[in-house]
Structure formats: structure tokens, C-alpha cells
Design a protein around this ligand. Structure first.
Ligand code: FAD
Length: 557
């Protein structure tokens, strides 16, 4: 289809607004109408938590455009407070209801784009509909939250769900001075991370005064009474714990808004999202769908997935406009690259996590490392906990995670780029990355990750994982700590034998030759040196990857 056509877009935020703006750049003659159910178009939903905490002080900063500005700049006809309620595919018409007036009318389309997003989950937990229980999706939602906090002088918040919206809200409510409790049904927050990586976030939340209850789902929201006063609810957990809440924020995940697609008889996937082909076309060739409402192919496992993120929605908006205006563009799948700040820590991930690879039966090798964010001799470097997953037979990257106080976002973005390009760990070792002491090291953490993985692939060292340390208590292996005595005095893995690296050659007689030896140091580098020495002397050794730091994070988390 080329210019002059009538393009209707349902949803005027991330995906919808991108599609509309790109469509105009491709065709001056197209008639482009955007329907948005809410009062705002093209607002910054990712910024909403920061408005609650006051980091974004002015609500208008969240409103990137108005219907008037979009009319002036792109000649778009944007209709807010206008809900599309039905699609007549045969007649190529949509039915629209004006929410303020109740007027219902129809509009004809040549091409229709659905970008209706995903709705926050509100499971039928008894009491969930009581006042003071909020979800976070749009500007009116955060205005209700801030209004409630002020009006009720709320002091204690319970955030239900430890996903990224829940954690960002927890951080921002703390910033506002509230006492905050996060409740999570799973044993960890931030499900895209593996548990030993999420453990760092658990520690950071607690260190910043957030009470955290893991593995403890909410069963009910009880009405407060004189014995247990609260402005919103008494939040009752499965364990029986009861939390007084002046405010409850529900961050329980989202589900694709597919009511319209269902009504129109468009094909849906097994996960409940709209099914599209690689050109983002639904089962009706005149209707395209993008954003949180669609199922995408996981770019690593190939499985259909729901990955509600702003980056993919925005890029899909551009791609879909290309496709409608005669520039065929494919959407190749989503890596799930994400980053979050939780107080002083940043956590990022890209590609598959170890849990997903195991579920998909994809063989993977895993390494952990803790390089410094920049050269050790330059002040202020901070360790980055990194985890890399790759194919054992060829070293192709499968996924990466990183948590730290400095330099996490750029490493995750480099790794996401490498993953997208189908790179191997050999390529990571070989990347030429920018270096000056304030920013990195001559061997950047990404290079080091590649080199550590190369050592494993080359058979120079075999690795043991933090959860295999249990083998030691079962007598199946010996755990050898090669750190210095002062380091060990700060904490040790129970049952480990201590021989500092510099004494190892002199004390070989203390090591068994008939048992596997798992060697650890603080982060895995000195234990690698020990492994190289011992394996060449005929000992059966493995390096505890990530060493004491990863083991301790997993244990304390
Ligand atoms: P949306 O941007 O949600 O837009 C859909 C719009 O469609 C809605 O405004 C809705 O009102 C409208 N609509 C639905 N049905 C109809 C209808 N029938 N008629 C008319 N209009 C309709 N992602 C990140 O990558 N990084 C982040 O840091 C991040 N932070 C977030 C923080 C919060 C609080 C939230 C809520 C989301 C965050 N996201 C983040 C996710 C990101 O915002 C979404 O992935 C992205 O907005 C999805 O774009 P979309 O176009 O599919 O849906």
C-alpha cells in the first residue's frame, strides 16, 4: 500500500505514536488517525514511578506531546478519550466511543494498527478492590497515588510484586519517605535475572530500609480495624504474616489487551497475545499489531513470548509503518534487554537467562565474574557481578546479566549488541572498546568475560557453579580457598580448606588426588591460576565461577 491511504491506529503511546510519526514521514498524503482511550497521548509511561518519588518534579515533563503538537508537527489527527470498541473486518471499519460525550461513530480504514498495550494484572484476591490499592499504567494512576499519599498522610506502603515496576515504585516511595515493604510470591525479585543475580537486589533493598518478603504470596487484603489500623488494608500473606498498609501498589505483571483483537476474530497465540508474522501483520492482512499486546519470538530460544518493553514497542512502531508504506521490514524477535536502577545498584540483562535455557533444553555453559567497572588504580571503581551464558560447542552467546554500582548499563548494551549480531565469546574477547581510566580498563569487563569463557571452551579450566558447593558437605569434593588470611577472616564457605595461593606449591601434600577439588578465591581469578597449576600437576580441579562473591550473594540473598 502506498500514500493516500487511510491509516487508523489504536493506542497513542509507545508503539502507536511511533507508528504514526513514522507513517507521516513516509507519506505526506496519508490520512492518519490515532485513537487513545486515555486523556494523554505519547506520554512517558517509563517515567511514571519517578514522578511519584519526586525525581521528575513536574507532571508536564511526562507529557511528551499533545494532540495539538502532533497535529502541528506531523499533521496527525489524534483523538484522546476515544475508545475503539469494535472492528468490522469485512467493511474495514472501526467503531469508536467518545468517552466524555458517549457519542459512538465509525471510521473506515485501509490499514489498521493495533497498539493497545497491556493492562496491569488485578487477580481476584479478596479485598483487592478496596480503596488505596493502585496499579501503575498511566498519568491518572500516579496522580491518584500521589493524591492518596498526601490526603491520607500515608506512611506505610506495601508493594505487591517484585518486578521492575514494583521495584521502581518501592525505590521511589522510599525516596518520598514512606516505609516500604515488597512482597513477592517467587523466591526472588526481577524474574528475568537468575536467582544468584537477583540476590544482589535483595541485599540492596534491605540495605535501603525496604522490608522484603519472598516466597510469600498475598492471600487477602483485610479491612483494617482499631487493633490494626491502616489507611488501605491489612495485607495478609500465605505465611500468615499481616502487614499494615496505608497504600498498596500492585505490580503483579501485565496481560496483553486483546479484547478488540478477540472480538474481531484475529488469531491469538497460546500465551494470550495477538499473533503476528515477521512483518507484524495479524491473521488479517490489513491489520497490523505491535507492542505489549503481541506475542514475539524470543530471539534466543525461538519460543513465542510476551516481552512488554518500550524499546521493542517503539521499534515495532517504525517497522510497521515501513511495511504499510511499501518498505518491507522484518521484526526478528526480542532479546528482552532490560535495565533497572534499585537505589545504588543497577541490574541489566539481555537474552535468555539460565532458567529459560534449562526449560527450553538448550545446552549452555555458565560463567560468573566480578571485574571492576574501571581501572583499579583510578579511584572509584566498583565490582560488576557478571554472568554470561554461551553454547558449549561453539561459544555463541546466549544471554548475559550484570549487577553493580557503576558501568552496568554500557556493558549490558555491548553484550546485547553482541547477542544481536550472533557473536561468540571469542568475539567478546576480541572487541575493541573505548578505554581511559575513569571509564574502563584496557581489558574491559566484556573482554574479560569473553576471555574467561574462552578458557573454559579451550579446556584450560572446568567450572563449578555456586549451587554445587553442596557437594562438599556430601563429601563428594574438597573445597579449597586460596584467598589471603585477612580475606578469609571476613567470611568463609563452611567446610573449605584454606591454603593461600602463594603457599599452594609448598603445601600440595594437603590436597587429595583421589577427589575432585573445587577451588575458590574472592571472584574467581586467583582460583583460576590455582586450577591451572593443580590440573597440570594431575589434580582433578574445577574453578568455582564467581567464587566467594557469587556464592555469598546467593546464600545471603
Ligand atoms: P502502551 O504504551 O501502554 O500504549 C497503549 C495505549 O493504548 C494505552 O494508553 C491505552 O489507553 C490505549 N488503548 C488500549 N486499548 C484501546 C482502545 N480500544 N482504544 C483506544 N485506545 C486504547 N519499558 C521499558 O523498556 N523500560 C522501562 O523503564 C519501563 N518502565 C515502565 C514503567 C511503567 C510504570 C510502565 C507502566 C511501563 C514501563 N515500561 C518500561 C513498559 C513500556 O512502557 C511498554 O512496554 C510500552 O509502553 C508498550 O507500548 P504499547 O504501545 O504496546 O502500549
Amino acid at each position: 500500500m502506498r500514500g493516500g491511504l487511510r491509516l487508523l491506529i489504536v493506542g497513542g503511546v509507545a508503539g502507536g505514536a511511533s507508528a504514526a510519526a513514522r507513517a507521516r514521514r513516509l507519506s505526506e498524503s496519508a490520512e492518519i488517525i490515532v485513537f487513545e482511550r486515555g486523556p494523554h497521548v505519547s506520554f512517558a509511561n517509563c517515567g511514571l514511578p519517578y514522578y511519584v518519588g519526586g525525581e521528575i518534579g513536574d507532571k508536564n515533563e511526562l507529557l511528551l506531546h499533545t494532540p495539538e503538537s502532533l497535529k502541528a508537527r506531523f499533521n496527525l489527527d489524534v483523538r484522546v478519550l476515544s475508545e475503539v470498541t469494535a472492528i468490522d473486518r469485512a467493511a474495514q471499519r472501526v467503531r469508536v466511543r467518545e468517552l466524555q460525550t458517549g457519542r459512538v461513530y465509525e471510521e473506515k480504514y485501509d490499514a489498521l494498527v493495533l497498539s493497545p498495550g497491556a493492562a496491569p494484572l488485578r487477580p481476584p484476591i479478596p479485598g483487592i478492590e478496596r480503596p488505596g490499592h493502585f496499579t501503575v499504567r498511566n498519568v491518572p494512576d500516579v496522580e491518584l497515588i500521589t493524591g492518596w499519599i498526601e490526603e491520607k498522610k500515608a506512611a506505610r506502603a506495601v508493594v505487591v510484586g517484585g518486578g521492575y515496576i514494583g521495584l521502581e515504585m518501592a525505590e521511589q516511595l522510599r525516596r518520598r519517605g514512606l516505609l516500604v515493604t515488597v512482597v513477592e510470591a517467587l523466591p526472588q525479585v526481577m524474574a528475568p535475572l537468575d536467582p544468584e543475580m537477583a540476590a544482589w537486589l535483595h541485599q540492596e533493598l534491605r540495605a535501603n530500609g525496604v522490608e522484603l518478603y519472598l516466597n510469600d504470596p498475598v492471600c487477602a487484603f483485610h479491612e483494617p480495624d482499631e487493633k490494626a489500623p491502616a489507611k488501605a488494608s491489612i495485607v495478609v500473606l500465605k505465611s500468615g504474616r499481616r502487614l499494615q498498609a496505608d497504600l498498596v501498589v500492585l505490580g503483579l505483571g501485565v496481560k496483553p489487551e486483546v479484547g478488540l483483537a478477540k472480538q474481531a476474530g484475529l488469531e491469538l497465540g497460546n500465551l494470550g497475545g495477538i499473533r503476528v508474522n515477521e512483518y507484524l501483520q495479524t491473521s488479517d492482512p490489513r491489520i497490523w499489531a505491535i507492542g505489549d499486546a503481541i506475542e514475539v519470538k524470543d530471539a534466543v530460544t525461538g519460543a513465542w513470548s510476551l516481552i512488554p518493553l518500550a524499546g521493542p514497542a517503539n521499534r515495532q512502531g517504525r517497522i510497521v509503518a515501513n511495511n504499510i508504506f511499501g518498505r518491507p521490514s522484518r521484526y526478528d524477535g526480542t532479546l528482552g534487554t532490560a535495565v533497572i536502577r534499585v537505589f545504588g545498584l543497577t541490574a541489566g540483562c539481555t537474552g535468555a537467562n539460565e532458567k529459560a535455557l534449562k526449560r527450553a533444553g538448550i545446552p549452555c555453559q555458565v560463567i560468573h565474574l566480578h571485574p571492576a567497572s574501571h581501572a583499579g588504580y583510578y579511584p572509584g571503581g566498583q565490582p560488576i557481578a557478571m554472568k554470561i551464558m554461551f553454547y558449549p560447542e561453539n561459544g555463541r552467546l546466549l544471554g548475559a546479566q550484570a549487577v553493580g554500582r557503576d558501568g552496568v548499563d554500557k556493558r549490558i548494551d555491548v553484550l546485547a549488541t553482541a547477542l544481536k549480531a550472533g557473536m561468540t565469546v571469542h568475539d567478546l574477547a576480541d572487541l575493541e572498546l573505548a578505554y581511559a581510566p575513569p571509564y574502563g580498563s584496557a581489558k574491559d569487563p566484556v573482554n574479560l568475560a569473553g576471555m574467561a569463557a574462552q578458557n573454559v571452551l579451550a579446556g584450560d579450566v572446568a567450572v563449578a557453579q555456586w549451587h554445587e558447593v553442596d557437594k562438599v558437605s556430601r563429601g563428594e569434593a574438597v573445597l579449597l580457598d586460596v584467598r589471603t588470611t585477612p580475606e578469609r577472616q571476613k567470611g568463609e564457605i563452611p567446610g573449605s580448606l584454606h591454603i593461600p595461593l602463594h603457599e599452594l606449591r609448598a603445601r600440595l601434600s594437603e590436597l587429595p588426588k583421589d577427589k575432585e577439588i573445587i577451588v575458590h578465591c574472592q571472584s574467581g581469578q586467583r582460583s583460576y591460576f590455582a586450577c591451572r597449576m593443580l590440573s597440570q600437576m594431575g589434580y582433578r580441579v574445577r574453578n568455582l565461577t564467581g567464587s566467594y562473591r557469587t556464592w555469598k550473594a546467593a546464600r545471603d540473598g
